[in-house]
Design a protein. Sequence first.
Length: 182
Amino acid sequence: MVTTLQRMPQQDLTGAGVEMNPTARDALLVARVIAGDERALGDVYDQHSSLVYGLARRVTQNEVAAQDIAQDVFGWFWERPDKFDPARGSLRAYLGVLTHRRAVDWIRQESATKAREERVKSACSAAASRLPSTQAIGRWLTTWPLGSGGVLMPYPRINARPSFWPISVGTPQRSGWHLADS
């Protein structure tokens, strides 16, 4: 038994029962979106969401980013439907190009963020390696005279590592800290 595949009739967007070619269908959908018809945007979404999401997912390799990109593409199309020119190609191709551009932008942004984080991590590691070790600080604190009533305060110096100097600011009392007499 041989079965033949029949082409499904294209969705009737005019309400008149007329089958339309894809270019005319796209032009009519975009005209409805330009007029502010939210159902037309729903029709565009129903027809092209799998392409937009799938392309974004394939390019970014990130499900959350793909969802964000798909939302961004349809939101952008809703705000600027007049940017689509049916003479230059199909609505499917237009949404695909928008999606691909957004996905590539996301990848570039992620790469820049990772590079920036690596630079910061490297700078922090270099700065931490210049700080005195906890053992050196411990040895220094053991030379500190007990009962002096002072605390360590940072002493800023320009173009140098921070130094800590003992400054007498008060002595502990039962009721709290009292300022030392100057």
